[in-house]
Design a protein around this ligand. Structure first.
Ligand SMILES: Nc1ncnc2c1ncn2[C@@H]1O[C@H](COP(=O)(O)OP(=O)(O)OP(=O)(O)O)[C@@H](O)[C@H]1O
Length: 746
């Protein structure tokens, strides 16, 4: 009775909601209740003819027994449950068409693999033919001796000797006579058979010797010797060497998986493995260039627990770390594990050419291929309505990853590109010919231009918001940009891509940083719905280099090799390390390989398409042609400089907000007043805190030569404090000087 199904879904009191309800097992009930339940259950069991009496639904669902509700179900399976079972089966069942037959590339890869393997085995044995021949020759005399011995034993009917001896020992005369007669007949028959065989052999030998050509004689001799050699091979030895298979062709079997899972230091797994209780829910099969095992881990063990110790698992499987990839299946349950073991390390797998390399264009409203996963499948990325953050230690492929995204953006001729490559090595130079704004390097001049660009994009954000707000509901039902709206040039809602490589140069800059961070935070938060996409790459994901307001709003995160847990969590989100994602386990050679979140339900392993400088140039040229045809080349690409900022005179504005009675004043106060005076010019300062306003004002005053230093002033609370500020007289002097110079120049 205790094997009754429990925890079946049961309709609870909330209308229409099916909730699993844990009900008491029979043995948990008080004795009278248990008896009554047992009776009831007996009623519901099949009768002798196998017929089941099914109670009416509501009776089954809520039998009340002494104040306790019995909802254990009889054998009938509710439709909802059946659907769930079918759905579950669909996720687990192996594909009808094997993975390797699904694409031309996969089939070619498989054939290549088979041919390579066959070639390897042939070459291996061919090279060893002399050794095999020598071995057979050496063993042939022993083979002859053993043959004679075995034939003699057979003729003498040795196998019945114990039987005959037994009858003698038991004094069973009758039985003995019967067995002895049978023995005699057998021996005679066998002697005749051996005689005929010997005669055939001798005659055949003579015939070959007399009539057959030389090669046939030698061939026959070799065959006889080979057969004798094989016969003379002891059972524990072999004629042919077994090639020690290269690791990549070793098959993954359930024994291997079980042994490995049991050896990675998880107690429950070790117990289950020892009892062979690891549940394989589908046959182990080839999936892309590797083997795949689908496993239900023991209760309470999660896929993340296994992912955490991937290096131990690789050791237990005796495979290179880069070929062992335990993965969760979140659509099933946390204890479902897919263990994928590649034939070779991910970094060594041949990557097919990027599908947009030679032809085609991208549409940023649709997904485009970014890179391949560990099974060699293309990973699609949809950038529209998202932002991306790419981070890693230096030299592991950030810029290459960013380049793939930008090449796709470039191949969408409607997209406006604003590119800031702050490393200064010209990694994005090929895209200069299609960029609306472009800067390379970390000089003050480039950083100032990048900041000005952020201001421009921020202003564009406001404009787009107004345009969308004014659109009729039928044109813009979701209040966000659509392909149709983006193509309506007059609206100016085309995709705008703002990319900053090594963005820490800007965000950690003493003067420009605070303002840049505020602007970028606003853009990354509000941009997606307005068709503005931000792509950031950095080698320093700390708070100063990448303010949390920015990193927290990046939907797509690409994390290449990093040092450890802190960086992993900073880039991929808190808890990423704990859930078993370990970009710190990438090796020195795993360039371009990343863990990515935001591209699918589960984190994905991705190797960005490899686009070197030459191929990038070719793609960028094609992108320029597409833009020329579409008439969308603009800005830097056609030699236009940014439109001058709205005419204003900072020093005059300062004097307008600082009266003569304020001899010295704090920067932050002036910035706040300027933001009110001219929101269109200084509006972005209104969102900054005091320290940020101080820095922004210092940066703005510097080109005019206004001395900024410590100034004593009063806080709103009335307390005195020292803050950075300037003397009004300084500004007055500079304005007068400027007037004098202008007057002198006529
Ligand atoms: N997808 C890839 N496949 C193969 N190799 C790659 C890939 N991506 C990058 N690499 C290799 O890694 C090297 C470094 O790449 P990249 O310049 O993008 O690194 P980075 O992280 O931007 O470096 P830095 O921190 O200096 O800016 C490249 O020269 C290239 O050889």
């Amino acid at each position: 009775m205790s094997a009754l199904p429990i925890d079946e879904p049961t309709e609870n009191a909330i209308e229409g909601v099916v909730m699993p309800l844990r009900l008491p097992r029979v043995e948990e009930l008080p004795a009278p209740a248990a008896e009554a339940v047992a009776e009831k259950l007996e009623d519901s069991l099949p009768d002798e003819g196998g017929n089941l009496e099914v109670l009416p639904d509501d009776e089954q669902a809520a039998e009340v027994l002494e104040g306790r509700v019995l909802v254990d179900q009889a054998a009938s399976v509710p439709t909802t449950h059946r659907l769930a079972v079918l759905r579950d089966l669909r996720t687990d069942r192996p594909p009808v068409i094997p993975m390797w037959l699904r694409s031309r590339e996969a089939a070619a890869e498989r054939l290549r693999w088979e041919a390579e393997h066959a070639g390897y085995v042939c070459a291996y044995h061919t090279l060893r033919v002399p050794a095999y021949a020598g071995r057979l020759l050496r063993r042939s005399p022993r083979g002859l001796a053993w043959l004679v011995r075995d034939v003699a034993r057979w003729v003498r009917d040795v196998e019945t000797a114990p039987l005959r001896a037994g009858t003698i020992q038991r004094n069973a005369t009758g039985e003995y006579l019967l067995v002895a007669r049978e023995h005699k007949t057998r021996v005679r028959g066998r002697l005749i058979q051996v005689g005929i065989a010997a005669l055939v052999a001798v005659v055949g030998g003579l015939l070959v010797n007399v009539a057959a050509p030389g090669w046939a004689q030698w061939g026959s001799l070799a065959a006889v010797l080979a057969l004798l050699g094989k016969y003379g091979t002891p059972r524990d030895k072999q004629v042919f060497d077994r090639p020690v298979m290269p690791a990549r062709v070793q098959r993954l079997t359930s024994d291997v998986v079980e042994r490995a899972l049991g050896a990675i230091g998880i107690a429950e797994l070790a117990k289950a493995a020892a009892k062979h209780e690891i549940e394989f829910i589908a046959p182990i099969r080839e999936d892309g260039p590797g083997w795949r095992a689908d496993v239900n881990l023991p209760f309470g063990v999660t896929a993340a627990d296994v992912m955490e110790v991937r290096n131990r698992l690789a050791s237990a499987l005796r495979r290179p770390l880069g070929a062992v990839w335990p993965e969760p299946v979140s659509e099933a349950h946390p204890g479902r594990l897919v263990l994928w073991v590649g034939h070779e390390e991910m970094r060594k797998q041949a990557q097919p050419a990027w599908p947009l390399l030679k032809a085609g264009r991208a549409d940023l409203f649709q997904a485009f291929p970014y890179g391949t996963d560990n099974r060699g499948r293309w990973i699609p990325v949809e950038l529209m309505f998202g932002n991306a953050l790419i981070a890693s230690m230096p030299r592991y492929g950030k810029t290459f990853a960013l380049r793939v995204l930008l090449m796709a953006c470039a191949l969408d001729p409607s997209a406006e590109l604003r590119l800031w490559e702050l490393k200064g090595t010209g990694d994005l130079k090929s895209l200069e010919q299609v960029a609306h704004r472009y800067g390379s390097g970390a000089s003050e001049e480039v950083l100032a231009r990048a900041l000005a660009d952020l201001r421009e994009v921020f202003a564009e954000l406001e404009r787009r918001a107004e345009v969308i707000n004014d659109l009729p509901a039928d044109l813009c039902p979701e209040f966000k940009v659509t392909r149709q709206l983006a193509d309506t040039r007059a609206l100016g809602l085309h995709p705008l891509v703002l990319a900053i490589d090594e963005c820490q140069e800007l965000f950690a800059h003493e003067e420009f940083g605070p303002e840049a961070a505020k602007l970028a935070t606003a853009i990354i938060k509000r941009g997606p719905a307005l068709g503005i996409i931000m792509l950031l790459a950095t080698q320093r994901p700390d708070r100063k280099s990448l303010p949390t307001g920015i990193s927290a709003n990046a939907g797509i995160r690409i994390c290449l090799r990093v040092m450890g847990q802190v960086e992993t969590d900073m880039i991929l989100g808190t808890g990423a390390h704990k859930s078993g994602i370990r970009p710190s386990l990438f090796t020195r050679n795993d360039k371009g390989i990343s863990w990515t979140v935001g591209l699918a339900d589960d984190p994905l392993l991705a190797k960005a398409a490899y686009l070197d400088a030459k191929t990038s140039d070719q793609i960028a040229k094609r992108a320029r042609e597409l833009r020329e045809q579409a008439g969308t080349l603009s800005g830097h690409a056609i030699g236009e400089q940014p439109a001058p900022a709205i005419e204003h005179d900072l020093l005059a504005d300062v004097l307008a907000v600082v009266g003569p009675e304020e001899e010295k004043i704090w920067n932050s106060r002036v910035a706040a007043r300027l933001a009110e005076l001219r929101p269109s010019v200084y509006g972005q300062w209104s969102g900054l805190d005091d320290a940020e306003r101080t820095a922004a004002m210092t940066a703005a005053l510097r080109p005019f030569g206004v001395q900024v230093g410590q100034v004593w002033g009063q806080l709103d609370s009335g307390d005195g404090a020292n803050r950075r500020g300037f003397a009004r007289a300084d500004v007055v002097r500079l304005v007068s000087e400027r007037r004098r110079v202008r007057a002198a120049a006529g």
